[in-house]
Design a protein around this ligand. Structure first.
Ligand code: ME8
Length: 683
């Protein structure tokens, strides 16, 4: 099996990691776990980017030497990753000697290729972005794309002949259509390169916090030349002049291994243009793929300490469990799209998919039926006793496993989870249909054995399918089923494929619910503990005590009180402000597909293009009014930032709402009378 090497960006150590950093690290951890489960030799790298002007200035502002400053912050990264269940194989720091020697080598190789020359730089630099910009990128002293301020830099510098690589890069992109994903990002990269590339300044002289340029110690290596090299230095380097490459490099780098750089979309240019050009110059193979995921906001706002929505991941994981957080982040939105972290959506996923969907299934069966009817042991069932309903569960399990494997491998975890939840939904429905409690009551043991086995085996499949996303809960689930923890072994594919792996007689061990329900008080405590505003629906109503009866009020007075307490507006008039209205994100969507939700008379499952990398899945209660085929190709108005709603019974989640009007004559979806483009805002 071809080795798999997955990397995250190495994060700047100018502060503690937050939920955005956690998002990438969890996704990489998930991919590493998935490939390990399939038996592939896998390596997962993360680390820290510790040089550069940004960090030097931050250290200065705290009166610290930069090395002491970064050393002080490093434990917060290790603690954060442990708190969210991420287990990298290596953690590289750019201040380590093993890194410095490889940067030196890469520099020398590029120099030997004639691609580095001494020049003079005069132009704009953004310290926050650690990047050079030209006049056209700037507006009012700020970078248009990032909003960060620029300063004028004038200093001697070594340049990399990036201009020489314009055509070579374009040819490479042409020959490797999957080099960058999602496709939209790849198109942006190509368009940028097609304009022609300018040579890149790769050294600085006006500050000291960096690696010295080989043979020119007045210069420090530009922080991105330094940082990108981490992907090689963590493999022990590619072999210095006259030295053979080390074992890790030979095993994991191209052409022997698949190399995937998972990054946030804002650093695409560095990874898809600069990095390949440096590697080409050094005569080294390029990574297999760069996957640029979307940007995350918090409660619909850009994260920042001053806005008070800077979220470190560990407290959230402590408040709701690391696996619930991992599941939520990976399930809610396509990795390639922008996303929003909201405490309410996290709780909705926790109670819906996890508590009512998965946790309930385990509870219903292990803690109840198996314990009381079979003394806690897995019953024996031969295949000739399986009926249509059981065969449907088995077929769903097989389909879910196959689809989920395809989507995990394709870096689409939300689709994989959607497929796995089909099995959760069908198994729950199977329990409803077969009514095991009634069977137990009636003493129909033979039938009950079949039902119990089917559900337990489905849970065993789920414990493997979900392990990459929720390793701790899956091991807990397995312990309750009487199974050993998942321990991936190189060369052994543990992905479930054969029904019936659960051995009769296995002793189950009912334990605590996997995702215990939080009552209103606990939910309030969850918000308060995380410093998030408590939603109005959870606000404690002050009830009058018996001892102090409420004084009687005139009817008009009572009415007035009612108006002020029920209004949600700032103005107290029942009207809303423009800000409140614009908090609702409504867009024009183009229906790509529509189909009935099996088992429901009301629901249609729509895939709606709203100009995101992938169509949105929206469940709409309109099946009684529209034939699915009548909707395909139709332009409709949809609310896109509504908290996702899970229909646990059907194992499906809706990621938006279709706007419609209804009267006695029927229901009609709102649709413009012109061909407006998908994604355009409704205002
Ligand atoms: O750019 N949403 O480091 P960095 C989603 N040192 N992802 C986010 C995010 C958000 N709001 N905020 C951060 C650097 N990330 C360089 C990288 S690599 C050779 C050098 C994640 O600390 C995302 O992966 O600014 C993003 O690319 C990365 O953190 C940026 O981290």
């Amino acid at each position: 099996m071809r080795p798999y090497y997955i990397t995250t960006p190495i994060y700047y150590v100018n502060g503690e990691p937050h939920i955005g950093h956690a998002y990438t690290t969890i996704a990489a951890d998930l991919l590493a776990r998935f490939h390990r489960l399939r038996g592939r030799p896998t390596r997962f790298l993360t680390g820290t980017d510790e040089h550069g002007q940004k960090i030097e200035r931050k250290a200065q502002s705290e009166g610290l030497d930069p090395q002491a400053f970064v050393d002080r912050l490093i434990p917060s990264f290790h603690e954060a990753w442990a708190a969210i269940g991420c287990e990298p194989d290596d953690f590289i720091r750019t201040t380590e000697k093993r890194h410095e020697v490889v940067v030196d080598e890469l520099w020398k190789r590029c120099l030997a290729s004639g691609d580095i020359y001494l020049g003079h730089y005069e132009g704009w630099y953004s310290v926050v972005d650690e990047a050079f910009f030209t006049e056209k990128d700037i507006e009012n002293g700020k970078v248009k794309e990032t909003g960060n301020t620029v300063e004028w830099v004038k200093e001697p510098g070594y340049f990399f002949r990036l201009s020489k690589y314009t055509d070579k890069l374009l040819a490479y992109y042409e020959a490797h259509p999957d080099f960058v994903r999602p496709e939209g990002k790849f198109n942006e990269v190509k368009a940028f390169v097609k304009q022609g590339l300018e040579d890149l300044n790769i050294s600085r002289t006006t500050f000291r916090w960096g690696l010295p340029v080989p043979g020119a110690p007045d210069h420090v290596v530009y922080v991105w030349f330094d940082a990108l090299t981490n992907y090689l230095s963590a493999l022990g380097g590619f072999g210095a002049e006259g030295i053979a490459p080390g074992a890790l490099y030979t095993k994991h780098w191209e052409p022997n291994g698949e190399v995937v750089h998972l990054i946030g979309k804002e650093i695409t240019r560095f990874h898809c243009i600069f990095w390949p050009a440096f590697l080409m110059s050094a005569g080294l193979p390029l990574p297999t793929e760069v996957f640029a995921h979307g940007w995350m906001t918090v409660n619909n706002a850009k994260m920042s300490k001053s806005a008070g929505n800077f979220l470190p991941p560990a407290p959230i994981a402590e408040a709701i469990g690391k696996d619930a957080l991992r599941y939520y982040l990976m399930r809610d939105v396509a990795l390639g799209s922008d996303s929003d972290f909201s405490h309410a959506s996290l709780l909705a996923r926790y109670h819906g998919d996890l508590g009512n969907g998965l946790g309930n299934l385990l509870n219903r069966m292990v803690a109840s039926i198996v314990k009381t009817s079979f003394e806690g042991r897995v019953p024996h069932v031969t295949s000739d006793r399986l009926g249509e309903l059981e065969k449907n569960v088995i077929a769903t399990a097989e389909r879910s496993a196959e689809t989920a494997a395809k989507f995990f491998a394709d870096i689409a975890p939300h689709r994989a989870l959607e497929a796995i939840w089909e099995l959760v939904g069908v198994t729950n429905k199977y329990v409803d249909q077969t009514e095991p409690w009634a069977l137990a009551k009636k003493g129909e043991t033979a039938k009950l054995e079949v039902v119990a086995y089917t559900v337990l085996e489905s849970l065993r499949w789920l414990s493997l399918l979900l392990w990459p996303v929720m390793p701790e809960k899956c091991d807990d689930l397995r312990a309750q089923l009487g199974l050993a923890q998942v321990a991936p072994t190189e060369g052994l594919d543990r992905w479930p494929s054969a029904w019936g792996g659960l051995v009769a007689g296995t002793v189950t061990k009912p334990g605590a619910p996997l995702f215990p329900r939080m009552d209103d008080d606990q939910q309030r405590a969850f918000y308060l503990r995380l410093g998030a505003p408590v939603p109005a629906s959870l606000e404690k109503k002050s009830e009058p005590t018996k001892k102090e009866p409420k004084p009687a009020k005139a009817a008009s007075e009572n009415k007035e009180t009612k108006v002020t307490t029920t209004t949600t507006s700032e103005t107290g008039t029942g009207l809303i402000t423009i800000d409140q209205l614009s908090a609702v994100d409504m867009r024009l969507g183009l229906v790509k597909s529509a189909e009935r939700v099996a088992g429901s008379d009301k629901l249609l499952e729509l895939k709606v293009d709203i100009a995101e990398p992938e169509p949105r899945t929206i469940l709409a209660g309109i099946a009684e009014h529209y034939a699915p085929e009548a909707l395909v190709g139709k332009r409709i108005a949809v609310v896109t930032n509504l908290a996702p709603r899970t229909f646990a019974k059907f194992g499906k989640t809706s990621h938006g709402m279709v706007l419609a009007v209804k009267d006695a004559s029927g229901l009609s979806v709102l649709s413009p009378d012109k061909d407006i483009a998908a994604g355009v805002k409704v205002s």
